[in-house]
Design a protein around this ligand. Sequence first.
Ligand code: SF4
Length: 67
Amino acid sequence: MRIIVHNTKCQGHARCWAHAPDIFKLDDEGYILPGDIKVAEKDERLASQGARSCPERALVIDLTAAA
Ligand code: SF4
């Protein structure tokens, strides 16, 4: 799967990072880095939790993309 990152919506809450720091990379100020994220099958559960935790809806789960 893939996480589509709308980084301009990010407000730096770091909730995604709190779920999965290895998947959601933040910059020095706590904002998500731009660029969609390819997620390996084994990490899909954590990535989904992190994406759903974003209060700004900056992270969109795309299940059509294979890892
Ligand atoms: S949870 Fe959302 S707003 Fe917070 S850092 Fe992650 S992408 Fe940005």
